[in-house]
Design a protein around this ligand. Sequence first.
Ligand SMILES: [Zn+2]
Length: 71
Amino acid sequence: MPELKIADPGWYASELDSEECQCGRTKKSRMSFCYTCYKSLPPDIQRALYALIGSGYEEAYEEAVACLTGA
Ligand SMILES: [Zn+2]
């Protein structure tokens, strides 16, 4: 599991509500990523993103971003 870069759960909530994906494309609010990013994630990370904030979502999000950015 990657280390969380942002410890504030509110940041993840506002990211989820926003309409801009980490890649810069638009996404639907309540979705973590745009369709293109989401579909490029491995299935286990796609599933992990259904976790609730505070119950594993933060870790799943960081892992997904690391995967998408190749970090
Ligand atoms: Zn995207």
